[in-house]
Ligand binder design. Structure first.
Ligand SMILES: [Zn+2]
Length: 285
């Protein structure tokens, strides 16, 4: 079992690039989707890592405590959901430091993992890995080896690896090839296309002894969340087939065993060891 289940713990208006200053104007619905995914994880007795915004931790401390008591792991998803490549080094450091402190005080456990908003550690901001290590993080899950208009590092190894120099472990988005195209395990790929695409990708990777990184958001379990206009490219996938997330997750959790990011990395290291990769490899410019 080398499958990690991860939830980017944020509300619908944070997942669509609306300015931080306007968040309070939107209808809060975070609990609607969150309790659906939590219910499925409990039903199948499986554990996940919740990459949580510091802002969410401050606003909904009880939800964090409840999930932590149920045995789930917490990681940082920044404080304000800004893309790393739009931040200064100082802004990035301040957010990951603040969020770590908030989540640690709520859960009583050490927060060692991080995922940037919109998988936004790209070759423009590789400096972020050193800052994560300096701030006490040991695991990062921010890189996608599939390059899109918004994120991705095309040269990122498709495996769990250690970054040479700072020792940080990177667990990137999982990729598989189907019909000559690259697919990821999670998010829009998971709900828009038939479930069998994801399940065959997981199986194929398992047969190759690769680890799987599944990612999803609470708002993907809430088809009734408000429809507003924003950037067209992002809108196309944001609202598509949201009704499929719940039944597809139910099927997937019945078919496969998942665990937290830390547990999967520990198991992977015992079975395969973790290869060191130079930072130069991640520069795809
Ligand atoms: Zn996010």
């Amino acid at each position: 079992m080398l499958n990690a289940f991860t939830v980017d713990f944020e509300d619908w208006y944070q997942g669509i690039e609306l300015p931080f200053a306007e968040w309070s104007k939107h209808e809060p619905r975070i609990e609607k989707g969150l309790y659906k995914v939590a219910e499925l994880l409990a039903k199948h007795n499986q554990k996940a890592t919740f990459f949580t915004l510091g802002w969410v931790g401050e606003k909904y401390p009880e939800m964090v405590k409840e999930l932590s008591a149920a045995g789930h792991e917490f990681g940082s998803h920044s404080y304000s959901h800004e893309k790393v490549y739009r931040q200064s080094k100082e802004e990035f450091r301040e957010e990951i430091r603040k969020t770590k402190a908030i989540l640690e005080s709520l859960t009583g456990s050490k927060v060692v993992s991080h995922r940037s908003p919109f998988f936004s550690i790209t070759s423009q901001c590789l400096w972020a890995f050193d800052i994560l290590a300096e701030e006490g993080y040991t695991i990062d899950c921010s890189v996608s080896p599939i390059k899109t208009w918004r994120y991705g590092i095309s040269t990122c190894p498709d495996e769990i690896f250690r970054i040479e120099g700072n020792g940080l472990i990177e667990f990137p988005v999982s990729r598989f090839k189907l019909f000559g195209k690259n697919w990821a395990i999670g998010g829009a790929y998971f709900r828009i296309f038939p479930y069998v695409f994801t399940s065959s990708g997981i199986k194929r990777r398992q047969n190759a002894s690769a680890a799987n990184m599944f990612y999803i958001h609470p708002w993907e379990y809430d088809p009734q969340h408000p429809k507003i206009k924003f950037e067209r490219k992002a809108m196309i996938t944001h609202y598509a087939r949201l009704g499929k997330t719940y039944p597809n997750t139910d099927k997937m959790l019945r078919q496969f065993r998942f665990n937290t990011v830390s547990n999967v990395i520990n198991q992977y290291e015992k079975q395969h060891g973790i290869r060191s990769v130079s930072l130069n490899v991640l520069n795809d410019q």
